[in-house]
Design a protein around this ligand. Structure first.
Ligand SMILES: [Fe+2]
Length: 219
């Protein structure tokens, strides 16, 4: 039994088909934002209340691009993220979480799952049957590991040993619109992507290597 009626509104824009989300507890009206990747004016008409926090999936520039304007507009807002990325934010507003941390937004429970790999401070946030995956997992593939702060071994562990241990009917809501559809169930995602069908870590590294090589030819 659940008493956690909630809504998720998706917004696309920003640097590269980024997604930001508003998550609302329908019982209490409490609201949070996942990533400040979209200009505030595009989202503002859709708030039902003053959002209490921005949950940061990782601190790549495009995902925190507009955080300053959100803070100016909502002075009470907090920033939730990885302890090692606190220097990106005003100390008074920053709430560091740890792996497995559980928080509440109104009646809604939200759980932080650390998923390093695409970036050292990547976090996925689980609300009921929805996982906000940032750049760790997209529709059709994982995030890439080409930037400083990336680690392919960690990415494998995060995707295969953490995300894939969740129920297969969990929906992922990623940080960019890179797939055929904006969101997908984990089990469906694994069916459509070779990168998500690795037999082990070495196989994953090999598949990623091939993916990057094909990508260069294609672009
Ligand atoms: Fe990223």
């Amino acid at each position: 039994m659940t008493n956690t009626d909630f809504s998720v509104q998706s917004f696309k824009g920003g640097f590269d088909n980024n997604f930001s989300y508003i998550v609302t507890c329908m019982r209490t009206g409490a609201e949070i934002i996942i990533d400040a990747a979209i200009e505030l004016e595009n989202i503002k008409p859709f708030f039902k209340s003053s959002p209490s926090a921005i949950f940061v999936t990782h601190t790549h520039r495009d995902h925190i691009a507009y955080i300053g304007s959100y803070i100016n507009n909502f002075p009470e807002i907090n920033i939730v993220g990885h302890p090692e990325s606190k220097n990106n934010f005003d100390n008074n507003k920053f709430i560091p979480v740890s792996d497995g941390s559980k928080m509440k937004i109104g009646n809604l429970k939200i759980k932080a799952i650390f998923t390093p790999g695409h970036y050292f401070d990547s976090i996925c946030y689980l609300v009921e049957n929805i996982l906000f995956t940032g750049d760790t997992l997209f529709v059709g593939r994982t995030g890439r590991t080409i930037s400083a702060g990336s680690d392919i071994n960690n990415l494998y562990d995060s995707v295969y040993n953490k995300i894939f241990k969740l129920p297969g009917d969990t929906y992922i809501y990623p940080g960019h619109d890179y797939g055929e559809v904006p969101s997908i169930k984990i089990e469906e995602n694994r069916k459509i992507s070779d990168l998500l069908q690795a037999e082990n870590k070495l196989d994953f590294i090999d598949k990623m290597d091939k993916y990057e090589k094909n990508r260069k030819i294609g672009s």
